[in-house]
Each structure stands twice: as structure tokens, then as C-alpha cells.
Design a protein around this ligand. Sequence first.
Ligand code: 4AD
Ligand code: MG
Length: 464
Amino acid sequence: MNRTLITDALTVPAPGADLTVAGWVRTVRISKGGFCFIHLNDGSCFDSIQIVADKDLHNYETEILHLTAGTSIAASGKLVESPAKAQRVELHAAEVSLIGTCDGEQYPIQPKRHSFEFLRTQAHLRPRTNTFGAVARVRNAVSAAIHDFFQSRGFLYVHTPIITASDCEGAGTLFRVTTMDPAEPPRDDAGNVDFAQDFFGRPTYLTVSGQLDVEAYACALGNVYTFGPTFRAENSNTPRHLAEFWMVEPEMAFADLTANADLAEDFLKHVFTAVLDRCGRDMEFFNERIDETIIETLKGIIDSQFARISYTEAVDRLAQADRKWEYTVEWGNDLQTEHERYLTEEVFKVPVIITDYPAAIKPFYMRLSDDGKTVAAMDVLVPKVGEIIGGSQREERLDVLVQRMGQLALNPQDYWWYADLRRYGTVPHAGFGLGLERTVQFATGMANIRDVIPYPRTPRSAEF
Ligand code: 4AD
Ligand code: MG
């Protein structure tokens, strides 16, 4: 079928062309004058095209009048200027052919508002709704903007493995990968499960981060990034956590924490600019229906200068705040979402980069500062979502790295190759991870992270 995308049909400079469009019927309105209006959407853009079908069409009585939402059709005809205000052009159909019928009574996506909770149970059909079509297009634009940004700056895209033997974040939130029979796993002489007999001959997991692997490439190629799915088996039932999410992780050789923070700030501004440029109509929709401040917020961030404060200063600010915290504010405790949101939404009103966290609450690979208490870590916080980026300068000194592993009860042998990078031509280097879903969530104003990934995986939920 030589079809024209609806986005192209709706934006032709001058109407008058003969063309064919195809998609899924959104609504059909029968007019008294012996014709009907079909609104057809093909996902190429937010708007549907209006097709005017006349009673003279051979299948008018038999098929067209019975079309229901969800039916797939193709329509050919002339694109003309629309007399109505609601749209610039419409298609006067010379032919409407039915492609796939849709039981109008059974079809779960009726032409009315459905709750997001309900639509999560219809994850395979929800991309046909306005909201989820728009989310998918914004997610695509964010992904493309991520590559644009790094490619235009000469960062190389590196593919890091999904299956790994190391726990990068050291948080113990790993999903095990095994081919062993859970009912009868092989056992060693002491009766323990013998992972030496497992597929990889050792315990393996789904990766929580591609960072350790991508660091090796930074220490050879300079500026690199990895971008792929990551997995965390944390039992967090929050609107901001997924068990499977996508993360982009740039890593720069010969770079310190300041360069890292500069990169993060430029990067977020680039991504949000791209969303506004490429998804204007979708963003209008989010602004109307989801969050009436979202366009203004994104524009504000693009023009803003991010605040940068140390963890110690953040704790001081929180301690001074006239507010009762659910989680105790005290030097040494990790910041919670309530604290992060307060700082970015109420104190600074722009994104905030918090640096120099206590070593004790951060992973082994972060560079220990001269005070011996803090590490060269940074988190970027944005309103509503809280932490959107986590990163650090890496520990490039072998002796300090080994000492940190010891403190955290990690076995240096498990990280022999990672330590090699410090043994053979070590360099200062730094990087960060941006959660793709938190970014899409933030850019669209969608309240729940489950609604910005096509098929969310969360505790007790892996349907589809
Ligand atoms: O702060 P995190 O854990 O950092 C790392 O994994 C580092 N290895 C990154 C690096 O330095 N290369 O995670 C980074 C980001 C968070 O800021 C957040 O946006 C997102 O990943 N993230 C999650 N998103 C959804 N669901 C979860 N369970 C997430 N955990 C982290
Ligand atoms: Mg983090």
C-alpha cells in the first residue's frame, strides 16, 4: 500500500493531492446529509485526520455506517481544505476499505476517558489512546536526542552486557540469571547450591548499570556512552521506580566532577529542547490534560542555570527548613524524595546538582575526597521527580579503590579487571547515569513511571 502518513497529510503546504491514508478509527459521526465523518489515527502524530465519506460509496450502507472505534481501514481520495475550524484539511474519500474489523462492544478502548490504572491492564492496546501515543512519541524523541547530543560531541556509543557477574551499585538488588532447575539445583559437597555447574560456571545477574564496563572503554577511547536496559530487584512500589528501566551512561576520560556536572546540565537542556521542538503538538496535549505548567517548566529549565550545592549545604538547608520531615535529616543519612523535592521545588526552583555525599552511603567506585569523609558524587534533582541523574568522578587510585572495597566487604578478586584500569595507565574520569523513564516522566508531567514505559515491570507485575 502506498500510504501517506497522516502527519504528512495534515501538514502538506497546499491541499489538492490524491492520496491514501491508513490507520485505526477513533470515532465515526453520521451526518444527516447522507455522509459521515471518520476520524482516523495512524500514530504518526497526535491528531487524527477527518475523512468525509459520502453515501455514494459502494460500501457506505454495508460497511462504513457500521465502523466502530478500533477498526483498521484505508481511505483514498482527495485532500481538500476543510470548511470547519477544527482542522485545516480533510480527506474526501473516493474509497474506504475495511482492513480489520473490531468488535465495538468488546473493544476495551472505547472513545471515552479511561483511567491510567485501567489502561495498564491493556498495555497492548493503550498506545492507541491520545495519552499513550503522545508518551511513545516523546519517549522516542528523548531517545533520539540522547544519541544526537552524544554523537554531536564525539562520544562513542558502546554496548555493554546485560548479563553480568558484578554488582555495580553494591546495593544487592540483583536479579539472578540461571538455567538451573530451581527444584533440584546441583549441590556441592557441603550441600550448597553449586553455581560452578550453572550455565556460566558462576553466579550471574541482570545488570544494574553498564558503568563498570563502559569505564574500560572510556579508559581507551576517551568519551563514550552506553544506553540500554538495566534491572533492579528492589521492592519499591513507588511512582518513580521500575524493576526494568533504561539508563544512558556517559563516561569521560580526563574529566573531573565539575566537567561531569557541566555535561549533565548541557545534556538535560538539549533533551528538553528537542522534546519541545519535535513534539510540539504532543506537548500541548500534556500541557492541557496532564500538567498545565509543563511547557513553561521545560522552557524555564532550558533557560536556567542549575543550582549547585554540596550535600553538607543541602543538609543544613533541610535542617533549617520550617517543616516536619518523615525521614530524619542528619549528616550521613541519604536524602529522600521529600528532601530532594523540597530543595528543587521550593528552595531553588531550578534543577539542583548536589555534590560531595558522605562516602558511607555511596558505592565503592566513587572518588574519595581529601577530607576522607566524602566522595566526588553528584545527583541532579528536578521538581516532582526528584533524582533524575546520579553520577560521580571515579576512584582512579588503585590503593584507595582496594581500600574502599575492603570497607564495603567487596572481594577485590571479583573486580580484578576493573582494578586493572587503575593498574595500567590510570586517568581521572567521571560519568553519570540518567534514567530514561524519569526523564520522560518529567518531560510529560505523567505522574506514574508505569505510564511512560511500554510494558512496565514492577514487583508482582510482568504481564505482556
Ligand atoms: O543513581 P543510580 O543508581 O546510578 C548508577 O547506576 C550509576 N552507575 C550511574 C553512573 O554513574 N554511570 O541510577 C542512575 C539513574 C537515577 O538517577 C534514576 O534516574 C534512574 O537511574 N533509576 C531508576 N529509574 C527507574 N526505576 C528505578 N528503580 C531506578 N533506579 C535508578
Ligand atoms: Mg542514585
